[in-house]
Design a binder for this molecule. Structure first.
Ligand SMILES: Nc1ncnc2c1ncn2[C@@H]1O[C@H](COP(=O)(O)OP(=O)(O)OP(=O)(O)O)[C@@H](O)[C@H]1O
Length: 305
């Protein structure tokens, strides 16, 4: 099998680099012949995945965080062979997608696990945004896309010049700061053509996986392989109330809170009401879209993990 590894060398900072140095010498034994390509800047992993698939590689392994995983999945989905095998070795900061799988933390066990894993099909989500010139912008995500304060938090977390902490602590600090600054925006949420909410929103998340924000179990019912997307909507609320809910997200004890509703569907729209603005992120990366128009692609990804 032709194996290509796409590595983001800056993912996870120093601990990501340490993990990679432990993984690298194991490749020759467990993934013989694997070609390693490193990104040299942000946004390169997706086009690199397309290039490698078109060159004939039939198994692409992402090494990085959620952003890199999402970009590589997007590349595979855009390629002419979207059924190409995909795996990942999580070396990122938040590693929220990896939380959906019980992966061993030790490098040797991790590489063995990937090498010997069976292939399973999981769902992928596709965002579509119409452009003024009539074209449609498309991007896939595999874990969660969201709109609201989470979009602002992701922008702060990914700002490499202003980092106060590492790992999940960085998400928590950015979340507290983001919530204290945020004013809920008016939005409309539509699930399979039915309007499920209109009004001020703090966060609306469209989930394929169950975790975001460095360990927040935000949509705990989300199932990667059910052919559906789960939606969690946290309505506009006072800052202290939202900080209280933030504390509950890690243990999923926010479920049942009167300000939160959950929905399930195949096609989801989250759009700002006139005069309002939503910050949007997908797989932990800020994206320039102002609304989310998402559909599920059931069993689209051949995941070997
Ligand atoms: N060579 C590079 N130099 C600088 N930035 C890069 C490079 N390669 C990728 N990037 C960018 O690095 C960012 C972070 O990547 P990634 O999500 O993989 O790691 P992370 O942020 O540490 O982990 P997580 O998303 O799990 O919290 C992405 O925006 C990606 O586009």
């Amino acid at each position: 099998m032709n194996i290509a590894i796409i590595r983001n060398p800056v993912s996870g900072g120093r601990s990501g680099a340490r993990l990679w140095h432990a993984i690298d010498p194991l490749l020759a034994t467990h993934l013989p012949g694997a070609v390693v390509r490193e990104t040299s800047m942000g946004g390169e992993a997706g086009p690199l995945a397309v290039e490698l698939v078109e060159k004939g590689f039939d198994w692409i392994i992402a090494v990085g965080g959620d952003g890199t995983i999402g970009e590589v999945v997007d590349g595979i989905m855009r390629s002419s062979r979207p059924g190409t095998l995909f795996s990942f070795l999580p070396t990122g900061t938040g590693c929220d997608f990896a939380r959906n799988f019980a992966l061993p933390p030790e490098p040797d066990a991790l590489v063995r696990r990937i090498a010997g894993a069976a292939v399973r099909r999981i769902d992928v989500a596709r965002i579509r945004a119409p452009l003024a010139d009539g074209r449609t912008l498309e991007r896939h995500f595999v874990n969660i896309a969201s709109a609201g304060v989470s979009g602002e938090i992701v922008r702060a977390v990914n700002n490499r010049e202003r980092r106060l902490a590492n790992g999940s602590a960085r998400f928590l600090l950015a979340s507290i700061a983001g919530i204290l600054r945020y004013r809920p925006q008016g939005a409309r949420v539509v699930v399979d053509g039915q309007e499920v909410f209109v009004g001020p929103v703090t966060v609306a998340a469209i989930a394929n996986g169950a975790w975001f924000g460095g360990g927040m179990h935000v949509v705990p019912f989300a199932d990667l392989a059910d052919g559906m997307l789960d939606v969690g909507v946290l309505r506009g609320a006072g800052r202290i109330g939202v900080l209280g809910i933030l504390a509950r997200l890690y243990s999923a004890s926010h479920v049942g809170h009167p300000l939160i509703s959950f929905h399930k569907g195949r096609s989801i729209e989250i759009e700002p009401l006139p005069g309002e603005a939503l910050s949007v992120e997908a797989d932990g990366e800020a994206i320039a879209y102002r609304r989310l128009s998402v559909e599920v692609l059931p069993a689209a990804l051949s995941l070997k993990i």
